[in-house]
Design a protein around this ligand. Structure first.
Ligand SMILES: [Zn+2]
Ligand SMILES: [Zn+2]
Length: 393
């Protein structure tokens, strides 16, 4: 993939304002040929020869392994360092992540960290959704855009990892060997060489590519923004189902250090279940979670923003009804601010107690209980605000 443009000549010679940057032919050909291959070869071979169950099984399992290696490995482990992983797990991520053909960990994570830092900036976000669906989905990899210029100064931690340096150095031969060699080997073993090459090779690659690309395109366009409206990232359970949980992108952009994207226990996020499950057997550790209070504060702040917008634009409700709703929102907002003040006071007290070695354990427990109580207060308020929001709609 995503051989992100690395031609240094273009850096020295800026293109004329009107003409688009030069094409990255390796990427154009790879995306076009694999897409055409999947579109033509799969139905043709399926109708004329038929595929073996082994080829279908390999296609589905490898697509899953590629996808999860990108979401759990490239994204949540290396780009955001949301947990630590045993070397054997990192090796597996590298194996299947290389096969996903989305460039080396260095290039992927460097671009992704820039995406978070400059999200939506048309000049600096490498896949800014403000430049449209096509650009954020795949277009950004097809030309040598200035916004996609590789700059590894934001991955000093990754550059120290010899395993990642090896993958970056030998990326092309490794990626070719895994994309052609592995399906070929599986085809020989299952006596279905062509079927395996077409399904586990081509179809698997195209499917896993576009699934990942949807996170940069659709997940910045389609869905809700419950945590923040400061960027285009959306929460969308439908996208989450096909992207192994990455569809909860609004949460992810505000709390990128959290190993979960679907933060509620019922939200479909197989990547978080994998990471948490592997903790039980000791393969992952130090999983980072956003404190409940911070999540509630973000949710409520958005509720108040929405309520104010609705109050300002509501033309249907009668004047006195509107005044009544406005007063209720103002009252809720006051109690929200009071809860925030209480929280920081109790938290300071608790941190102070923790520092004092003489402090009694029960005192700390009491303070913790008070913090939990404030969280419950905020939960109740969140429910009230949702009801109020419905009345404002
Ligand atoms: Zn994003
Ligand atoms: Zn991210």
């Amino acid at each position: 993939m995503p051989d992100t443009p690395r031609n240094e000549q273009t850096l020295a010679a800026p293109a004329a304002a009107e003409s688009p940057p030069p094409l990255v032919w390796a990427n154009v050909l790879m995306f076009a040929l694999s897409f055409a291959g999947a579109l033509i070869l799969v139905p043709w071979y399926g109708l004329t020869h038929g595929f073996s169950p082994a080829a279908w099984a390999a296609c589905v399992l490898l697509a899953g392994a590629n996808g999860m290696a990108v979401t759990a490995g490239y994204h949540r482990l290396w780009a955001h360092r949301t947990y630590d992983a045993h070397w054997s797990l990192r090796l597996l991520y590298l194996f299947f992540g290389t096969m996903a053909l989305q460039n080396s960990v260095f290039a992927w994570c460097s671009g992704h960290r820039t995406h978070h830092l400059h999200v939506d900036d048309v000049d600096r976000d490498p896949y800014s959704a403000r430049r449209g669906f096509w650009f954020s989905h795949i277009g950004w990899m097809l030309r040598e855009y200035a916004s996609g210029r590789p700059d590894f100064s934001n991955i000093p931690d990754l550059k120290r990892d010899p395993m990642l340096a090896f993958q970056h150095r030998y990326y092309v031969p490794l990626a070719v060997a895994l994309n052609i060699g592995l399906p070929l080997l599986l085809g020989i073993l299952s006596h279905d060489v062509w079927g395996m090459l077409i399904l586990a090779g081509v179809l698997r690659l195209v499917w896993s590519h576009h699934i990942t690309f949807f996170i940069n395109s659709l997940a910045h366009m389609w869905g809700s923004r419950p945590y923040t409206d400061e960027n285009t990232a959306r929460d969308n359970p439908v996208i989450a189902v096909v992207t192994y949980g990455e569809g909860y992108h609004n949460f992810h952009h505000i709390f990128a250090h959290d190993y979960r994207n679907g933060v509620r226990w019922w939200q479909w996020d197989p990547t978080k279940w994998l990471i948490a499950g592997l903790q039980v057997v000791g393969l992952t550790r130090r999983l980072k979670r956003t404190p409940v209070f911070q999540i509630q504060r973000a949710l409520l702040a958005m509720q108040f923003t929405r309520a104010r917008e609705r109050l300002a634009s509501n033309r249907h409700a009668g004047r006195s009804h509107l005044e009544q709703l406005r007063a209720r929102v103002a009252h809720e907002y006051e109690s929200f601010l009071a809860a925030l003040a209480d929280w920081s006071r109790v938290k300071d007290q608790w941190l102070g107690e923790k520092k004092r070695a003489v402090s009694e354990h029960w005192e700390q427990l009491q303070l913790q209980a008070r913090l939990r109580e404030i969280e419950r207060r905020l939960s109740r308020q969140l429910r009230r605000m949702r009801i109020l929001q419905a009345q404002l709609a």
